[in-house]
Design a protein around this ligand. Structure first.
Ligand SMILES: [Zn+2]
Length: 387
């Protein structure tokens, strides 16, 4: 088969599979109407997907005269995706079905893996013990802190990550072991993609995911795809100035999101106000702030205000349907996420919906799995990567 014809066939298969995901159970005639393809093209595509096991037949629909049409839907366990949240301190791994629903999950310390080869071995063991057949693995998505070369699947020099990870080509390492497509993406972008594709938010095409852990970043999804920008920096707002008179930042300017509104900034400001040598645990600071105790309540309120200013500026720039809050700083207690939602509603006057992630602290790992699933449902990565 000529290359163009093969590519066209794969594009059509992905369109058919995605239409079945969104509309199933659905008949071939309905798919034909939905996609505007010729009926033989739809039928051949459906047959190949049935053979592959990604869809299944679920009996017959209502007849309009002749033989009742066969209905098909996604076979959730006909394939699975491996998602990896490669964090600075921990690695969270998830195996999902074809709807990105977790089947098993695990979190380990990054330091315990030794390095990239240790991670590959760990993932191999994890997949093996999960009970999911290796033949059914559709792909692997790794979500990691930037900077990254997403096209080559390579980590660059992620800040605060041990040097053994710098410059590592995750894509070739994992492809060698697993022989499936491997995707590498910025952590916040992957989380944004996961929520947009598989979150229960209705028809969301444009979303921002705010990932506030030790650092602060945002993932941007536009029209169902990650928008990374020219240098993979589109959602990078940690050095957006939100208070011109704020604390000095490591970048040499004052009042960046990271210097006035990050978890580190909260810890540092409490430590400074209390004139202590050591940090208090973040959870303890939040507990005190919740109880109205000073200086914690002022420090936390100030950070929430400036973080919200940064998020509102991002939302005014990208005009999303949905802003999703995630990461350990925001999810530590409803007190924090609710305060940010309240502040954003005040600043933005219901311009868009603001929610807490429905995937909790697993949002980035599920986003990783979504990268792999996007590889079977979406035509865009096929054109961008596989061709
Ligand atoms: Zn800065």
């Amino acid at each position: 088969m000529r290359g163009d014809a093969r590519l066209l066939r794969r594009l059509n298969e992905r369109r058919i599979l995605n239409a079945i995901r969104l509309k199933g159970p659905v008949s071939r005639t309905e798919l034909q109407r939905e996609l505007g393809l010729a009926l033989p093209t739809v039928s051949r595509g459906v047959d190949r997907l049935l053979e592959r096991g990604w869809i299944r037949s679920v009996g017959s629909g209502d007849s309009t005269g002749g033989r009742p049409p066969e209905l098909v839907e996604i076979n959730p366990n006909g394939g699975f995706a491996l998602g990896v949240d490669l964090g600075r301190d921990t690695v969270t791994t998830v195996i999902t079905d074809l709807f990105a629903r977790p089947k098993c999950m695990s979190t380990v310390r990054l330091a315990g893996l030794g390095g990239p080869e240790g991670l590959v071995q760990y993932l191999s063991d994890f997949a093996e013990t999960s009970g999911c057949s290796p033949d059914l693995l559709v792909g692997i998505g790794v979500a990691a802190p930037g900077p990254l070369d997403t096209y080559a699947g390579r980590l660059l020099q992620p800040e605060n990550m041990p040097e053994v990870w710098h410059g590592v080509c995750m894509a070739s390492l994992l492809q060698k072991r697993f022989s499936v497509p491997v995707y590498l993406e910025n952590d916040a972008n992957a989380a944004a993609l996961g929520e947009t594709w598989f979150g229960d938010w209705g028809d969301v095409r444009h979303a921002l995911f705010i990932l506030a852990d030790a650092g602060v970043g945002a993932g941007v999804v536009i029209d169902g795809s990650i928008y990374a920008g020219a240098h993979d920096m589109a959602g990078e707002f940690s050095h957006m100035i939100v208070n011109v008179d704020g604390d000095w930042c490591t970048c040499g300017r004052r009042g960046c999101v990271t210097s006035v509104a990050s978890r580190h900034a909260i810890e540092w400001n409490v430590q400074r106000s209390r004139e202590r040598q050591e940090n208090e645990p973040f959870e303890e600071i939040i507990r005190r702030a919740k109880g109205g105790m000073e200086p914690e309540v002022s420090v936390v309120q100030s950070a929430i205000l400036y973080l919200s200013v940064g998020i509102a500026n991002m939302a005014y720039t990208f005009d999303p349907d949905l802003v999703i809050l995630g990461g350990s700083m925001l999810l530590v207690d409803k007190f924090v996420s609710n305060a940010v939602i309240h502040e954003l509603q005040r600043l933005m006057r219901s311009r868009c919906t603001i929610v807490e992630t429905q995937f909790g602290l697993q949002a980035v790992a599920i986003g990783g799995a979504t990268l792999a699933l996007q590889g079977i449902y979406d035509v865009k990565p096929l054109v961008a990567v596989d061709s």
